[in-house]
Structures are given as C-alpha cells and as structure tokens.
Design a protein around this ligand. Sequence first.
Ligand code: ASP
Length: 602
Amino acid sequence: MLDFVGDLKRTHMCGALRASDAEAEVVLMGWVNRRRDLGNLIFIDLRDRTGITQVVMTAEAGEDVHKKAATLRSEFVVAVIGHVKLRDPGTVNKNIPTGEVEVVADALRILNDCKPLPFSPADSDIANEEVRLKYRYLDLRRPEMQYNIQLRHKVSIAIRDHLNSLGFYEIETPFMTRSTPEGARDYLVPSRVHPGEFYALPQSPQIFKQILMISGFDKYFQIVRCFRDEDLRADRQPEFTQIDLEISFARPDTVFAVVEGFLTAAWKTIDFELQTPFPRMSYDDAIRQYGIDKPDMRLPAMTEVHEAFTPEQLATLNIDPELPIVTIVTPKVGELSRKERDDIRLLFGDRKAAKLFEDIKRLEKSYSETVAKIRELAKPNDDDLLVIVAGARRSEDASAAKTRQQAYDIYGAAGQLRLALGQRYAERHGAFNKRDFRFLWVTDFPMFEWDEEEGRWNAAHHPFTSPHENDMDKLESDPGAVRALAYDIVLNGTELGSGSIRIHRQDIQSIIFKALGMSKEEQQARFGFFLEALQYGTPPHGGIALGLDRIVMILAGADSLREVIPFPKTAKAIDMMMDAPTPVSDKQLKELSIAVVERKDI
Ligand code: ASP
C-alpha cells in the first residue's frame, strides 16, 4: 500500500527540482496542469504553488501506473513517487526552471478527480473577469495569481519585519465601532441587543491610533482592513488594506524616514533598491509645476513662461496677464500631422477660461522672439512636443482669492493635458515602460477645502490634522490660505498614502471643529470622548496610512487591484464567488428590528 500522502518531510515541491536532484527519489503532489498521451508514454505537467515538473509514466512502470495515468484529466489531484532523471539535451525546456529534469513515476495515486472546468488554470489569458471571479478558487491556481498572492505575503512580512525592528508594536483595533471621520459613507452593522442602533465599520483606525498614543504606545502600526462605502472606481475596493501607523513625538521627517524604510524593504521583494530620502515638494509647487497634487515625475514638469510675452502680445493673443502661462513638454513625440494636432485640442476639451496653443510653429511665424525665449525657458529637445496653456482674458476684475482659484484652474487644466499627452504618446516617449519608481513627498497641503454644495469648509485631510504653526492666525480670517501639517506619499502619479501631524491640544481641536462648522453640541455628540481624552496628557504625535493593495499591485506590475486581492469585489461591490450581498431572512431582520422598504429614488 502506497501511503505517502501527508508526509511533508518526504514531499518535494514541483517547482524546486533541478539537475542536481538527478537520481533522487521524490514524492510529488499536485494538480495535473496538462497531459499528453503518446500511447506507451504519458506525460503530465504536475503543478503546485512553486511551479511545474514534467512527470513521465511509462508502460514499464507497471500496468497499474500506466492505466491510471491514462484516466488523468486536467486538474486531477495526484500523488507521484518517482525518481528524477536528467532530460535528453534535445528535450530540455529552457522556459521553466525545472526544464532540465523530469520525474519518472514508479507509483501513482489519484487523490481526487475534477469535473470539466469553466476555464483551465493552465491558461494565462482569460478574458472574462466575471468568470474568473466566480470561480476564484480556480483562478487563484494560475501561476500569475499564485505569484501575486505570494508577493503580497512577502511584502507584508517585509514591512512587518522592518517596523518591528524599529520598535513598533502591531496593535489591533475594533471593526465594530462608530463612525470615523474620513469623509466617506459608512458600512453599518445593526445591533440586535440595541434595537435601532448601529456600529460602523471603520473607514480607518484613525481615532484608535491617536488614543493609543495617549495610552503610551508610542510606535503603533497595523496592517489593517478599512471599509468605505464610496462609489466604486476601477482602482477602489469597498474593503481595502492599509499600512497604518502612528508615532508619538513625531515631526514629518520622523514619519518620512519610517515610511521610506519600509518601502525600501517592500521594494527589495522585487530585487529593487530604492534611493532614499525621497524628494519633497510643497502642494503649491506641485500645482504650479504639475497642475496636480500627485505629480507623475517621469515626464518633465511644466514651465511658467509669462516673461516671454510683452503686455501688447498678451493683449493681442487674448491672454490674461494675471493668470499663469505654462508650457507642457512631452518628449520624443516628433512631427505631428494636422489630425494629431486637432486631437490635442480634443484632449484639452472645450474650455472657456483657458487657452491652448498647440501649434508652436504657427505662433513662431508671428512671434519668433517670444517663442525663442519660451524654448529657452522650457528647454525642449528638437523632437519634443511643446504646447502652451494660458488663462483667457477675463472681462471683469476679480478678487485676489478668485484669481488664486482661477490660476489653480489653469494649472489644473494644463496638468490634465500633460497627463493625457503623456498617455497618448506613451509609446513614443517610453517613459512609462521602465522600472522607474519616482517617489515624492507632497507637503503643506491646504487645511480646508471649500464645499460648494454645502457652502462650508471641509477638512482637506481629516479634522485631527494640525494646522501649520505659522498659519494659526489665519484660521478665522482666511481659512483658504491655512496650510496643514499634512503630507502625501506619491509614486508615478498615484497617491500611495496620506498622513499628518495631529492636533494634540483640546483647545485647538475645538477651534478646528468650529472652523469646520461643527457646533459645541455636535462636537460633544460625535467626538466628546476624544476631546476629553486629549486633555489627559496627550503627547504630540503624527502618522500616516498607505494602501497595501496598491503597493502590491505596482510591485506585481498588475493593472488592477483585483489582481492582488485574493477575494475582491467587482466594480458594483459584489463578491461573485460567495454571491454577496444577499437578502436575509425575515427572521434575521426581525431580530435586528429592521424593516426593508422599497425605494424608487435609487
Ligand atoms: N487615517 C488616514 C487615512 O486613512 C491616514 C492618517 O492620517 O494616518 O487616510
């Protein structure tokens, strides 16, 4: 009786066999990836999570083995005892690490069969993602997914190890809690024992981690699930994982060094050595140079070229002298056809407030000196595309605040066009193909954002963020100009995470809540316990949270978060495999004192 199943010591991994194992007796267990039946010889590619080994079943191995082998089909689960043999030079498979050897089976046991498959895990391109998600267990068997999940594991471990080496504690915080102030909609959990009352799943552990600072755990981290009921975009999931941390007595530099350290550890998992410290840029500079608060620095920055124009030229060209005039340089685009130029206008869109000059040669005919000066400032190479974005002349005088907003709008429009051109001509400039990781800290974000709809200021980060020491006096007089001690970590145009130095004094926290339009009663009702806690010797502190899913996605070179989350949800927040969400029984609803009413307005 062949009883070798379950003996881990004797079991080899399929992907691990090499020429040096020749003659060894091995036990392999795995799935039949593919089978080739040549009559006397039956080959199977046996697969486990480490890779594939070719197993040969010959007629000489005995009728039992050969007969059983003939019944094998894709994804049968088998155990093989055999010996490793070097392949003939002509049959070496250079595409797989085990390609120099094969295992000649002496014994075979079929541990389970497999019904006809909706798709084969041996296929690398499966177009229909819904089928992949419905049969996620089969999808996860595919080597690409096994790699991604393994990478995710390695990245988490590397980050944990690094933070542990710095003296951080990983501390769990509750999932059943109350609303946290990240500004998205909450997922609610009804309470059976308190009819009509609800827990909220945390949008982040923000308040708990600040409380932990008050409790004296001066270095906290957690790789933690967060829940936000937002309208889903391609790059979002309703539940996602953050690397969340908080440090007492921290300045922004303290947080930056910790994050740079664990990202370096994470990037090592793909054998990439990051250069630290990462560059830093204020929010204002990011807007001026890139028209966005998460600059993709793989392409050149925009350049302000106001000085190239005389006041008369601005008047003739209908350009507003008080608004920005910037160039966008897209490398290596080469000569453009008429149609391609028209397409740039389409990319820019129909804008009243901003003007686009996409035909520099034409501009050069009438304004050669100006264009020469522009080239001097923007320094394009001969085959680079150069376009100019400026503010259209305004008909009425505007206040300083309005002009500031309009200037930001021009930078924003130019920044969008810069990115659109970058995408459009990606093949020509090639800047997105390389393993080029441009990290950046963006600092000094505005403290508040004006909410047009509600007619009030909102916290741009969250309401526990400390205003800049130098801007305290503007909190009431000019909230729009108050900078926060808030920072983002950005990589190649994607925000990986945000954080801030927090308010650690109750009086200032109260002022901020007030500036956000929260009455004393509301402050007490929502955050009373926290305002009280702040009064019991709270150390200065700050922290950050980074999205683990996104980091792994980038490291894996994947193009969707779903490729690196074992059991993700679709864009409609559905779990295709479990088929969730679902209605629940009347009995359950009754226990929870909940009645479901039909709504026509959604
Ligand atoms: N709680 C914040 C977030 O989830 C991060 C932080 O401020 O630490 O975005």
